[in-house]
Design a protein around this ligand. Structure first.
Ligand code: FES
Length: 106
């Protein structure tokens, strides 16, 4: 997708996501995960690449998210699958914060 087709979508307020936590955001049939970690806010696809489980119930540890189903781990900043059972990386999205509102670029 070329950058002209991308758009910034508002996903919520900064105070909706506790530190070391995430929220689920659904938009046009897709699910995203929005994280609040020490370094700021990040966004990835919200569905595990292993067996299509929602990551919203997963556990955030530093800059990693652990899938609630089989404990697969992804890096939140890069989407990288850190080892079995997950081997396909999560897609990541640009995030910006303006006046306490969080936007992702999709
Ligand atoms: S469904 Fe996420 S690790 Fe298996």
């Amino acid at each position: 997708m070329s950058s002209e087709n991308k758009q910034w979508i508002e996903v919520g307020n900064t105070d909706q996501i506790d530190m070391e936590d995430l929220i689920r955001f659904d938009h046009e049939g897709k699910t995203y995960a929005i994280y609040h970690i020490e370094d700021g806010f990040y966004a990835t696809d919200g569905i595990c690449t292993h067996e299509a489980v929602h990551l919203e119930e997963g556990i955030v540890m530093d800059d990693e998210i652990e899938c609630p189903m089989h404990q697969g781990i992804f890096n939140i900043k890069t989407g990288k699958a850190m080892g079995p059972p997950v081997c396909i990386d999560l897609k990541t999205y640009q995030v910006k914060v303006e006046e306490n509102k969080i936007y992702i670029e999709i």
